[in-house]
Design a protein around this ligand. Structure first.
Ligand SMILES: CC(C)(COP(=O)(O)OP(=O)(O)OC[C@H]1O[C@@H](n2cnc3c(N)ncnc32)[C@H](O)[C@@H]1OP(=O)(O)O)[C@@H](O)C(=O)NCCC(=O)NCCS
Length: 242
């Protein structure tokens, strides 16, 4: 019997933390490193492990689940940055929520119920990257009109359950895309401002839209990849450095 690609050989829980997990690595260019960690359930009393008091302070008033997911993302990013030779330092959030990466590096973090992922690279190879993870569930129909443009919705409507899962993959890819473009565009970009065109055979996507010529050109430079596994939807987007 073949096992699903993201199921570990023992068929049980994934190891708690993994660097370069194969499935995520496949969705990223070779010089981007990545890691994932399984998160405890929301009601777990497990305390977050912070590496820097400044990071603990940033989420001190948040609920335990949020503290754990924040700490997990930071710890994965620290591990990847250390492996790339970056000196250890707190990774605090900027005013709009994006982590402030050390000079010379960029990255992205995402969490969903039970899982946290992070990816890091040098700005010599990529000016920005964006990643997102969601549970592999259909996107509720009431959300379609908020997330999808009509051409996207038309493509999925005829596909039944598979279409609803692809709709969720679009939601995820737009969040990954937002993390990529947010700082360069300097504004909140709405879900319906962008049309994604997925290749169903290659697992890639391109992005189309933008309010100005410059934004349209930048969206045209985006490269994206997506994958739906039995448990998760993973999406990535990246800009190669010129
Ligand atoms: C910011 C946003 C994309 C985060 O997505 P999410 O599914 O809520 O949460 P995720 O767990 O996947 O990602 C959260 C992480 O994103 C990162 N993040 C937050 N704001 C960010 C921003 N402005 N730019 C880049 N990364 C950002 C952070 O690392 C955060 O984790 P942390 O706070 O623990 O460091 C989402 O909340 C949002 O505001 N979306 C609206 C805009 C949008 O998606 N438009 C789509 C059209 S392009």
């Amino acid at each position: 019997m073949t096992r699903p690609k993201d199921t570990p050989p023992n068929g049980g829980e994934m190891p708690p933390r993994r660097l370069q997990p194969a499935l995520l690595a496949e969705l990223l260019p070779a010089n981007v490193s990545c890691a994932l960690e399984r998160l405890p359930t929301a009601d777990s009393p497990q305390l977050p492990q912070f590496q820097f008091p400044e990071e603990a302070a940033e989420v001190a008033s948040a609920i335990l689940k949020r503290q754990r997911e924040y700490a997990s993302g930071r710890n994965l990013a620290h591990e990847l940055l250390l492996a790339k030779g970056a000196p250890p330092s707190p990774l605090l959030s900027g005013a709009k929520g994006a982590p402030r990466w050390p000079v010379g590096f960029t990255g992205s973090i995402s969490h969903c119920d039970g899982l946290c992922v992070a990816a890091i690279c040098s700005t010599d190879s990529h000016t920005a990257i964006g990643i997102d993870v969601e549970l592999a569930k259909p996107l509720q129909e009431k959300l379609w009109s908020r997330v999808l443009v009509p051409s996207e919705a038309d493509r999925f409507e005829v596909l039944g359950e598979r279409g609803a899962l692809l709709a969720m993959a679009h939601f995820s890819a737009k969040e990954a895309l937002y993390k990529l473009i947010a700082s360069e565009f300097g504004r909140l970009v709405g879900f319906r401002e962008v049309e994604l065109r997925f290749s169903l055979t290659k697992g890639t996507f391109t992005a189309h839209g933008g309010a100005t010529e410059k934004e349209r050109a930048r969206l045209g430079d985006v490269r994206g990849r997506w994958r739906i596994t039995p448990r998760h939807i993973l999406t990535t987007s990246f800009w190669a450095a010129n």
